[in-house]
Design a binder for this molecule. Structure first.
Ligand SMILES: [Zn+2]
Length: 434
């Protein structure tokens, strides 16, 4: 890589400060802050007028589909998609084929990631064997092989196993991630239970499906005092339990997907399979309350729940198509466009929810611009608008709930550990990505 000068660039840091600085990247991808410079020394100069440098985002909830479902996604395509979205660290969920429920499979995943990923990907191990909810998986062995946390995501952890897992994980400070849903109450439902499900007479998922599971989970976290993280909250009714948990200083944290902050069952085309997700999009009030809960610190993290499927599967009839939609590429642009540009929150808030809090909850490093260190950041241009088209996706699933919408804030380049792992075609003409 030739020397690139970043001139007068607005840089955001994980301590939530920001300042305009000059720096250059040398040929090894090291960052060097500059007090003064001579432009003629540099092959390429980026002038900071509208450019913003951000810490790399962490997505704590991604389905990389490895092992066994590489027709949907694999480590190469998934990590490229994440790089395109400004992400540098990802958690990949274990509901694969086979389920990642032992140290051997975590080892396999780690070596696949080492070979094929351009960034850090942390495997999440299954809490129960084959996610069947009957027998506890060897959590500590999986942790030793590199599992960052444990979850039966895709389904809730059965009560008895969750209690055992919390007690056991506490002995090594492990984190259990639950997917809060009562399958008896969901009962094969397809959309949120409300006006639309009644109007169309379609099987639906009530609020209580999530709420009773959240209540159970908080009770078990209280009893065990262990670390519990609740995945993809969708309803305002869940929030009061989390609020109580926080007030009682329990080790309970939670996340919401970017999509559940932007979509609700009334502002989407309800039978379009790109919007078929689990939990379903709820009502407008839920959407607002989930965002308010982030602002109040009740919810800690925004994730993508990137859940790619093949186009053939997603083109099936609504009742047959699988739940899940991709989100790695669009997460930052969607948040920037919908919340930062409309002053509903600041860029610093996004950093808190996608950089700082994931790092605190899961004890992982923050990756950001630092002097005399390998480059870790992404850069975007304020006020540059992109039309979201299938061609811009690296994920194998070229669908997105944002297709044909205009979004601002797409990364122009992403650097991980000194390497440029994503570059927009029109950006840095003379520099090649790795
Ligand atoms: Zn889930």
């Amino acid at each position: 890589m030739d020397k690139i000068l970043f001139k007068n660039i607005l840089v955001y840091f994980s301590d939530l400060s920001s300042k305009r600085i000059n720096f250059y990247l040398d040929s090894s991808g090291n960052v060097n802050f500059l007090d003064s410079f001579d432009i003629s020394d540099y092959k390429e100069v980026l002038d900071g007028e509208d450019l913003v440098v951000m810490p790399l985002l962490t997505d704590v909830h991604t389905h990389m589909r490895v092992p066994g479902q590489e027709e949907k996604e694999d480590i190469t395509s998934g990590s490229k998609a994440a790089a395109r979205g400004g992400i540098g660290q990802i958690f990949t969920m274990p509901n694969t084929k086979p389920v990642v429920d032992n140290a051997y499979l975590v080892d396999y995943l780690v070596s696949n990631i080492d070979k094929n990923s351009s960034m850090k990907i942390y495997p999440v191990g299954a809490v129960s064997k084959n996610q069947a909810g009957e027998e506890l998986s060897p959590l500590l062995e999986m942790k030793r092989s590199g599992a960052i946390a444990f979850s039966d995501d895709g389904r809730p952890i059965t009560t008895n196993i969750l209690r055992k897992a919390l007690i056991y994980a506490k002995t090594f400070d492990g984190v259990i991630i639950d997917h809060p849903e009562d399958p008896v109450l969901s009962d094969g439902g397809l959309i949120h239970e409300g006006r639309l499900s009644r109007a169309y007479g379609i099987k639906s998922i009530p609020y209580t499906s999530e709420e009773v599971c959240v209540a159970r989970d908080v009770a078990l976290a209280r009893e065990t005092r262990s670390r519990l993280h609740l995945a993809h909250l969708s309803t305002r009714h869940s929030l009061k339990y989390i609020e109580i948990a926080k007030e009682e200083d329990l080790n309970v944290t939670s996340e919401v997907t970017v999509n559940h902050l932007i979509f609700n069952c009334e502002n989407i085309s309800i039978f379009d399979t790109k919007f078929k997700v689990n939990p379903p999009f709820r009502e407008e009030e839920d959407m607002y309350e989930l965002f308010n809960a982030l602002k109040k610190g009740i919810i800690d993290i925004i994730c993508t729940d990137h859940a790619p499927h093949t186009l053939e599967e997603k083109e099936l009839d609504y009742s047959q198509a699988p739940f899940g939609t991709p989100g790695l590429e669009t997460v930052f642009a969607a948040l920037y466009t919908n919340f930062v540009m409309s002053n509903k929150c600041a860029l610093e808030d996004i950093i808190k929810w996608m950089v700082v809090n994931p790092s605190k909850v899961f004890s992982i490093p923050v990756l950001e611009l630092q002097n005399n260190s390998k480059a870790n950041f992404f850069i975007f241009k304020k006020n540059e608008e992109f039309l979201v088209k299938p061609e811009m996706f690296f994920s194998k699933c070229k669908l997105s709930p944002f297709l044909d919408k205009k979004l601002f804030g797409f990364p122009l380049a992403t650097f991980y550990n000194g390497k440029m792992i994503y570059k927009d075609n029109n950006f840095l003409q003379t520099v090649k990505e790795i």
